[in-house]
Design a protein around this ligand. Structure first.
Ligand code: MN
Length: 205
C-alpha cells in the first residue's frame, strides 16, 4: 500500500493572517508531497515493509533495512510530521487548552504560559531545520526539539503537538523572524484535535 498525501482539512487561506495561503500551498503540495513520493520510492525494493503504517515504520525504525533507513527517517518522518501538523491547526482556532489537555499541561509545566515559553525556547534553539514538539512520554507531557524530520516516534515518544521551524514553514511571510512566526502560530492551534491526540496517546493508540 503506497503512502498518500492527505488533503488539507481546510483551504490554503484558512490560517491567514498567521500563515499565508502561498506558504500553506507550497508546504503541503510540494514539500509534503516530496516526502510522500520519496518514502514510497525508498520502500519500492522492500515489499515486506510496504504494508506497514507510517507509525509502525517509525516506531520500528531499527528494523528498517539499513540501506533505506535514513530515507525512511527523513521522508517517513517528514510525511508523519506534516500529516500531524495539518490536523492540529485550523481556522478560528487558538486560545488556551481546556479539559484533559489543560490538566496535563498543568501537571508537566505548571501553566500554559510556561509550556509556550518552553516550546519557543526549543523552536529558537533548534539550529537550522527541525521541530519543537510536545510529546506524551507514557506518563506525562514533555517538550522536546528534534532536528530535520526526525520523528519523536523513533524515541518511543508520541507527538501530541509540534511546530515546524524549517524556513519553508514561514520564510515567505516572516523571513528570518522565527520568533514572530512561533508567536503567531499559537493562533492556529486546534485544541480539540490536540485533545484527541492526547487521549489516543494515553490509550496507547
Ligand atoms: Mn515542513
Amino acid at each position: 500500500m503506497a503512502h498518500t498525501l492527505p488533503a488539507l482539512p481546510y483551504a490554503f487561506s484558512a490560517l491567514e493572517p498567521h500563515i499565508d495561503a502561498m506558504t500553506m500551498e507550497i508546504h503541503s503540495q510540494r514539500h509534503h508531497k516530496a516526502y510522500v513520493d520519496n518514502l514510497n520510492k525508498a520502500l519500492e525494493a522492500h515489499p515486506d515493509f510496504a504494508s506497514k503504517s507510517i507509525e509502525e515504520l517509525l516506531r520500528g525504525i531499527k528494523s528498517v533495512p539499513e540501506g533505506v533507513r535514513q530515507a525512511v527517517i527523513n521522508n517517513g518522518g517528514g510525511h508523519h510530521n506534516h500529516a500531524l501538523f495539518w490536523t492540529i491547526m485550523g481556522p478560528g482556532a487558538g486560545g488556551e487548552p481546556t479539559g484533559a489537555v489543560a490538566e496535563a499541561v498543568k501537571g508537566a509545566f505548571g501553566d500554559f504560559a510556561a509550556l509556550k515559553a518552553k516550546v519557543k525556547e526549543n523552536a529558537l534553539g533548534q539550529f537550522g531545520s527541525g521541530w519543537s514538539w510536545i510529546v506524551w512520554d507514557g506518563t506525562k507531557l514533555q517538550a522536546v526539539k528534534k532536528p530535520n524530520q526526525d520523528s519523536p516516534l523513533m524515541d518511543g515518544l508520541v507527538p501530541i503537538l509540534g511546530v515546524d521551524v524549517w524556513e519553508h514553514a514561514y520564510y515567505l511571510k516572516y523571513q528570518n523572524k522565527r520568533a514572530d512566526y512561533v508567536d503567531a502560530w499559537w493562533n492556529t492551534v486546534n485544541w480539540k484535535a490536540v485533545e484527541e491526540r492526547l487521549a489516543n496517546a494515553k490509550a496507547g493508540k
